[in-house]
Design a protein around this ligand. Structure first.
Ligand code: ZN
Length: 134
């Protein structure tokens, strides 16, 4: 679709001197909004393909010494709750626990109030504490 079915706005950037409603013109130029998407499954495969990274990702199950103190997300109650709910998931040391964070921002400050970005950060909690937030 080159136009919004509800309001008829062009999907593509339209110059001021062009006819807004013309189909010919609406197909030209860059899109009005862009969503950058990085597929996550190939990324996980890539990370597990490296032996050192794979060792770090299973550190929560294989390399951790639990001393009763909360030093890693794996020591927390929500981690153990998920382990209790999904025993098959717990048994697989290569399971991944992710944190998602997002917020909107204007990267150009007050220069362009029209533009905003919403970065989405994915944090792998399986990693050892010295790598988890790096
Ligand atoms: Zn619309």
């Amino acid at each position: 679709m080159s136009k919004c079915p509800r309001c008829g706005a062009s999907r593509y950037k339209v110059k001021d001197d062009e006819d807004y409603s013309s189909d010919e013109n609406s197909k030209k130029g860059p899109p009005t909004k862009v969503l950058w998407y990085l597929p996550i499954i190939p990324r996980f495969k890539h990370v597990f393909a490296n032996e050192d990274n794979a060792k770090d990702l299973t550190w929560h199950a294989n390399g951790r010494n639990y001393d009763g103190m909360v030093c890693h997300p794996a020591d927390c109650s929500w981690w153990k709750k998920i382990d209790g709910l999904y025993s098959d998931f717990r048994k697989e040391a290569r399971n991944l626990r992710l944190g998602l964070a997002s917020d909107g921002m204007n990267p150009y400050g007050s220069l362009s109030t029209q533009h905003s970005s919403c970065p989405v950060l994915l944090i792998i909690y399986n990693l050892p504490p010295w790598l988890c937030m790096k």
